[in-house]
Design a protein around this ligand. Sequence first.
Ligand code: NAI
Length: 349
Amino acid sequence: MSNNIAFFDTKPYDRQSFDSVNRGYGASITYFDAHLDINTVNLTPGFNAVCAFVNDTIDAAVIDQLVENGVRLIALRCAGFNNVDFKAAFRRIHVVRVPAYSPHAVAEHALALIMSLNRKTHKAYSRTRDGNFSINGLLGFDMHGKTAGIIGTGKIGRCMIEILLGFGMKVLAFDKHRDPSLAFASSANFQYAELKDIYAKSDIISLHCPLTPETEHMINARTIEQMKPGVMIINTGRGKLIQTAALIHGLKTKKIGAAGLDVYEEESDYFFEDKSTEILTDDMLARLLTFPNVLITSHQAFFTAEALRGIAETTLQNVKEFFDGGYLQNEICYQCGGTCLKKEKKRCF
Ligand code: NAI
């Protein structure tokens, strides 16, 4: 069967990287600008696969319609999969993702947020271009010797820890599943810790865990209260890890010293789009943008040439594996979250 894929939420850079990598795969690709959701799912009859991204809505209603339209595979071109209703998909439509493309890309962006917020290079850039060479208000701190709290020690969290250890920081890490075999585990500056200790001792907290019912709003009024005054919070994970109202309160009361956000709870209406000529109707986002110590980027942490190529290669390989009829190494389902039948090298269902 030919691989006839409907690509949703595509931008020029997606088309460029997929067209280039697809020369080696020969899939038939139709690109749509629109998000995949209940309003656009009716573009899918005639396709046997859809390719979706972080802000597409793949809920039960969309899945019902995809199945009815004859679509057999949802190929996510991202690592996170919180936007899919796996219960609705189970035993009806397969889901694959790109579990890793460049964890370095995301960790390096998290570092860029830290460095800019600390040394205020984003402010210095506009000042000097405006002929203002004053350094008043640009005071930073040495990262060397400070404590970073890393939540989630998976692929991205590990890159982040290695980078921060290189700065001479002390790193406290929390993960639901600790891995004592980590390369840096024996470093005197690295230690697994409980969340309460991370909150109490960290100068910078960086989030690298997935969004799950357990992690949703893990940064909230109660946990912010436990943090060090002036803490810097970095989120390149998913927006809903942070309860935005609590973050804003923490910034207003100066409990939080700075926030670097590559993701935002309600980002789907804004991120990746040019809204510069429109009125911003999201009051929380508007408020966040007024703080001088908040730096927001538009879900661009993954956005490097290496990562785009890796995403295209793994996505097209995932689609090929599906239509070749074999084992799907990057399948995820309701039961497994990515681990089902991996030893037997079988599909989830
Ligand atoms: P990963 O699966 O390699 O690591 C996630 C880690 O989080 C695992 O070690 C897991 O045990 C841990 N974890 C799970 N539940 C937890 C909990 N309740 N508390 C603490 N730790 C928990 O994933 P990877 O590749 O490191 O990505 C992490 C997250 O980063 C993704 O889930 C995704 O949401 C986000 N991401 C953001 C990107 C961006 O452009 N901003 C790009 C790629 C990923």
